[in-house]
Design a protein around this ligand. Sequence first.
Ligand code: SF4
Length: 356
Amino acid sequence: MSVSLLVGDQFVLLGRSESELEAFAVDLGEPAFRGRQIYDWLYNKGVKNLDAITVLPKAWRTYLKERGVIVGRLKEVKRLVSSDATTKLLLGTDDGDNVETVGIPTRHRLTVCVSSQIGCSMGCHFCATGKGGLQRSLSTNEIVDQVISVREAMDRRPSHVVFMGMGEPLLNCEAVLSSIRCLNNDLGISQRRITVSTVGVPHSFPKFAELALKRLGRAQFTLAVSLHAPNQELREKLIPIARAYPINSLLKDCRHYLAMTGRRISFEYILLGGLNDRLEHAEQLADLVGSFQSHINLIAYNPIKEEQFKRPTLNAIKAFQNALELRGVAVSFRSSRGLDQSAACGQLRRQHTDAC
Ligand code: SF4
């Protein structure tokens, strides 16, 4: 059994593969099909506790509970639905903290933006999550639960998953990769529809690539690197880790990752009004990443009350996008969804914590 799925003295079922659950049942003296029944009820029926797996004999459910076996689901604490149907959930963990997750629907897609940690140690100045520091990393079941919870709340199967919620995924590699395995194999979400977003942790890319190839056999998910600035000086002002991890080293590691996995990297760039959204910044950005033949996602900043950064104007966004396209860079603009519902990463958890 995977030690990463053990939480304290409890034995967590959610996040385990079908063969692991079969082995679990056999280890406890039951036939392998009992493991397959648990698997079906976990991933297809979305059960929240052992009592709900009524296909299992009652005596065995009691025995499992006495042995500290749990399903490992989170509890919904709050739900906000915005006018465009974007649904933000605040989910409660067993140790009394909260995790944010967001379901972002379009006609053909349902994207779930998942958190990989509670809080974050990276302290990016424009981010609400970074304000409170890191509480802890999430376990596999707590990441997988977010996708199942959105499926239940929106009554629709998620098609895409982005690790762009609270936390830095590359500081929680094991659980992130184990949850990608589960999302892919057990919830049927193609690896190619999963994106892991990072601001860059020194020396982490080769290790992450190696671990991904070992754990998943291939790394077909997309690694999205959050640049947010086209030069070292500006990046240091926005992202504290940039001081220890200069932009040139970051891009060198991106090339290394590409060589190891064969997967192109995409870049994220949050546009902050009047700060990094000028034409000269677009030109510098094109020079910096143009040779990657990659894709840049532009995101308009969602204001948070603790900081003075501004949302860019529509004209500035269009001009920035045009300047990149003129230089042959593939670019898309992701409009903010659910702006009326505390959409910035970490805002809902902070509001809830402040109110308690
Ligand atoms: S932007 Fe991401 S990495 Fe930076 S503080 Fe926020 S959650 Fe952490």
